[in-house]
Unconditional design. Sequence first.
Length: 761
Amino acid sequence: MGMNDLPDLTEPEQAAPSAPQANDAAWYLDSLNETQREAVESLDGPLLVLAGAGTGKTRVLITRLAHILMQGRAHPGEILAVTFTNKAAREMKERVAGLVNRPVEGWWVGTFHATGARILRTHAELIGLKNNFTILDADDQVRLIKQVMERHDIDDKKFPARAINGIIQRWKDRGLTPEQVPQSEAIATAGGGVVELYADYQDELLRVNAADFGDLLLHGLSLFKDNPDVLRQYQKRFRYLLVDEYQDTNVAQYLWLRLLAQEHGNICCVGDDDQSIYSWRGAEVENILRFEKDFPGAGIVRLERNYRSTPHILATASGLIAHNEGRHGKTLWTDLNDGEKVRVTGVWDGEEEARVTGDEIEALHTRQQPLNGIAVLVRAGFQTREFEERLITLGVPYRVIGGPRFYERQEIRDAVAYLRVLAQPDDDLAFERIVNLPKRGLGPATMQTLHRLARADRIALTRAAEALVETDEIKPKARGALAGVLKNFARWRKELTTEPHPQLAARIFEESGYLDMWRARNEPDAPGRIDNVKELVVALEDFSTLAEFLEHVSLVMENDDSGITDKVNLMTIHGAKGLEFDTVFLAGWEEGLFPHPRTLDDSGEAGLEEERRLAYVGLTRARKQATVSFAANRRIHGQWQSAMPSRFIDELPAEHIDMRSASGLYGASRHGGGGSFGQSREQRKKAKDPFADHFKDEYADGFPDEYSQDGKTGEALTKGARVFHQKFGYGKVKARDGDKLEIAFEKAGIKKVMASFVEPV
């Protein structure tokens, strides 16, 4: 189901204006609060509107546009309104027309890229293009870069074209032409030759009369800088500039806007520095933080009255984001009833997190809450799998917003196809999907030969392949590649009889080159795809055989009833920006997952602040109820890890949250007056287990003995100790490495397990 097929997930942020009254020219202002009205009526000079979550940002933008028209300050063609999505642009046009009660023709409302393309087509010849130039998509860009690399005799395997394209596009996002790339970056990037490739790639684009998306603004900058008369034409044309989601602009967009605003200075930027979460797409939060410096004399209006969430939710989110230093600062408030405190729930592991969340969703639905108004938000896409599995078990319909369901994702279908061929060599559909994935030089001609023989002899493709590698029907290179695929599968099938299927699957995805294929692409979503494949290996561990797992997948794929529209919403927090729900479950708030370690490694303190903004966005999606959950143990990519609560949980104001475990509510006195747990994060790090004190009372009857305060049980799990494991049965400890044990089980053989999952006997 696409985004356009979704039911309306949001509600009006505040009451809609009443119908116009006679002799009341500014009737459309009546529904605005004081600060909203100030933002609408401040028409002269630069203005920054800091619009907190749920404060009526869209209403301000729409009304400001209508006000400019109604006051006769400008004709529609003299206003430029820039959005980030086509949907937002369409909504803006429709709602303004509704306010002024007439069609609005001739104005400029659209995305940065659409507006940039419109200007560029008018003056294409000035930058060496024809006005019918083609705009290349990502695949076409990569193909063209590969051609340039071949002329330079650069190995695509050593320096993948997709990675080179990513570097070039990031330079374009920063407004850098090949001549402007800093020498230090040029030398340090992929052997130092990328700038030359960039220059040749740009020349090749001009030769084939094409531009990529980055060029639509980069060429626009060059057009304005090299042709002052053209710049003045647009500066005079656009008497008013309005920019939505200003915190998400990149450097090129910022420079482009600044040039256009120099004539009249009437630029109004609306955004929220606390919701800047797209640096990985080139967004630069500094654009909004330095607005006053870039536009001297600029006014700032803070929209702080929230029409969405309860006071407890707002106070929790505000208390969290206050720990960021790089922000303008604002405090959201509302006159709604207090509502429930934000729940912070501790669970034993990810499986219990999904179970508890699923049970709560069922209970809410029993109380007549629509499933459409419920969302589960995660930091990383692979986290949705356990929730999907649980909701399927409960028979609760769900949708994954911003992407397909777990087993419908491209990388999961590919990985499952490998496993299908492993289990059933005659599965033609699966074999055809992966035989040349990653690319092995088995092109259409080879596949046609395979199909021809398979049809003629009425045999499976794999059988046809086995025959063809012994003949000269296909070229030697393709024959060798095909023989290699068959040899690998034969070896893997033999190993399946002696090796656990999850372990073998993990090795197949590596040895086949499938994961390396995604690593080499260097695309923004590539790490997430790799994580998803690793999560698939985790899912395999829940099934005793590969055949049992594949049957489960088949049943899951048939489980989607497309006739049902009321569904729980699963998505990443990034995908939830701009949406709102009555009830929100925020899962996996643990160190090592959220904040995400990759972001911290890449960006340090700036990355931590962006992760905190992401947590803020997640909390402010909730209207009535928000639940944050964390697990004491988390299985990530097949490895059990003892988890520690996210540092963000310590930063939630204690007076606005309820600490809970899966079995009950924590007493407030148990946490003292310090952080959320009455201990600092540093103190918990030094403790034997960060959850021991917080879970012991809740699991008084069944908590693993290793967590007893005297620690004797944990010490007893030494070499030679006899133990019991719920899944593997009785065994004897062979070796211990920290909290990991190697145990020889009587029936299951030698396994590596976490100490917390066994009991001494």
